[in-house]
Design a binder for this molecule. Structure first.
Ligand SMILES: [Zn+2]
Length: 144
């Protein structure tokens, strides 16, 4: 077996992480977004739970606007979950929460490229907090 430094899987991950690094922060893209909490769990294509729920709070000042979660299939090629569009839609609509399910469009493994999809599921719940836009002309603090 020939030793390969790069595999389709590694190549894809490298390209995706460069894409994320090159993107601006969430704050740059959505100045009104104050805080973002992401709660998610992975499921097999049959809908069986693979892990307990993971919850974490993202600081929009540091998090990249290309917002990705890795697929939990260690053999997955060119898949993963990209929540960037979900976040953009939720912010545009000023939603306080956004829930949904995403199906991994990668390949099950490098031996099934172009044949068998990964199709692992991610179920997510986003909680979004926005900067309150203070009415113009009213001082923020009114000491009486
Ligand atoms: Zn996958």
């Amino acid at each position: 077996m020939r030793h390969q430094k790069f595999t389709p899987r590694a190549d894809y991950r490298i390209a995706e992480s460069l894409r994320a690094k090159a993107s601006g922060s969430l704050s740059e893209q959505f100045p009104e977004l104050k805080a973002l909490t992401v709660e998610f769990a992975y499921f097999s294509p049959e809908g069986v739970t693979r892990n307990s729920k993971i919850k974490y709070t993202v600081n929009p000042a540091f998090a990249k606007s290309v917002f990705r979660l890795d697929c939990m299939n260690p053999e997955c090629v060119a898949g993963d979950f990209d929540l960037s569009a979900v976040i953009a839609q939720a912010v545009a609509a000023r939603q306080a929460t956004a829930t949904g399910e995403m199906c991994c469009q990668g390949w099950l493994s490098k031996t099934t490229i172009d044949r068998v999809h990964c199709h692992n599921l991610l179920r997510y719940e986003l909680s979004l907090t926005y900067e309150k836009s203070a009415p113009a002309g009213i001082p923020e603090l009114q000491a009486v």
